[in-house]
Write a protein of this length. Structure first.
Length: 325
């Protein structure tokens, strides 16, 4: 009887943390009752028992998209649809009023056998080429945006569920401290303590994995924003070219018999970037070519403006596309 009382007194002051460090190398598997009682009889631990720690719910991250500084391109994709951060992207190109305004003039220009009219029609051909590549880039960006949006929504819901589980775990720690103020000194308290250890370690791993996923999502969102801004700027440049085409077409049609302009000089030679070793140039996924053409305003100005274009040469896509850079 005295021996039992002696062990109980020793267990009252026994530190589970010290036991874990010195008497149980397999502490992650839980307390061993035999080793625990043996250690309690051999050593006297005057320090008070320290229960297993709580977990702070605020360490669980959620994804909150950063708006950043206002940009001129923000107006291009200002009204995202449900399930998108910015998209879908193709309607902005399909519904461009500037493009629709420009479509009026090619049929009128075709009525004139004039070098200026031919050059203007060639300029409109470039407008159509760029439009095709813009649409290809927009359709490629749509699933990137929507997939990230759905995955981020799921991650944020997981964050809510993790916080709820942390609250339950912390409540279980408080209940354990109340029911077992002297630590795991009996079979019931020992079982509860071992369960808390496993629960705590699993929660910490789940939180670490979740936070790493949020960090990856933040980087993917930054990449998406970069491509959105790039596409928006290319759309604005495309529409600026259309506006310039409309101005020149109106000037020519108002006086179609004016003197023709001298031809523009030969453009620079094209440059082919082979991938590898070169880096892919969005929206091309592989080898691509930069080439140059001149757009000329009608008389009397006859200004030659050099335009750089991009053509994808990667045969793995099955198509070639051109784009203004």
């Amino acid at each position: 009887m005295k021996r039992v009382m002696f062990v109980a007194v020793i267990l009252t002051f026994f530190s589970a943390g010290v036991y874990a460090q010195k008497y149980n190398p397999n502490f992650d598997q839980g307390l061993n009752p035999t080793e625990f009682l043996k250690a309690a009889q051999e050593k006297n631990f005057p320090q008070p028992y320290v229960p297993y720690p709580k977990i702070a719910g605020d360490i669980i991250k959620s994804f909150n998209p950063s708006k950043g500084a206002p940009l001129n391109t923000d107006k291009v994709f200002s009204k995202p649809a449900a399930g998108y951060f910015y998209g879908p992207y193709h309607p902005r190109i399909l519904n461009s009023q500037v493009y629709k305004n420009g479509q009026i003039y090619p049929p009128l220009l075709k009525q004139h056998e004039n070098p200026t009219a031919y050059r203007l029609l060639a300029n409109w051909g470039d407008v159509e080429t760029v439009r095709g590549s813009l649409l290809a880039a927009a359709y490629a960006l749509n699933p990137v945006d929507s997939t990230l949006y759905s995955e981020v929504a799921a991650a944020n819901q997981h964050a809510v569920e993790l916080r709820q589980e942390v609250d339950k775990y912390n409540a279980a720690v408080e209940a354990y401290k109340k029911d077992c103020p002297n630590g795991p000194v009996n079979e019931k308290c020992l079982a509860t303590y071992n369960n808390l250890i496993k629960w705590h370690d699993r929660l910490e791993k789940d939180i670490a994995d979740h936070n790493a996923n949020i960090k990856r999502s933040e980087q993917r969102y930054a990449d998406l924003t970069y491509h959105k801004v790039d596409l928006a700027q290319r759309i604005l440049d495309w529409e600026a070219d259309i506006t310039n085409f409309i101005k020149n077409a109106i000037a020519f049609l108002s006086n179609p018999n004016q003197d023709a302009c001298k031809p523009c000089p030969e453009p620079p030679a094209p440059v082919i970037d082979y991938v590898p070793p070169s880096t892919p140039h969005f929206p091309c996924k592989g080898t691509h070519m930069h080439y140059f053409v001149y757009h000329q305003s009608p008389p009397p100005d006859c200004i030659c403006r050099l335009v750089r274009l991009l053509k994808c040469l990667d045969k793995s896509t099955g198509t070639s596309s051109c784009d203004k850079n």
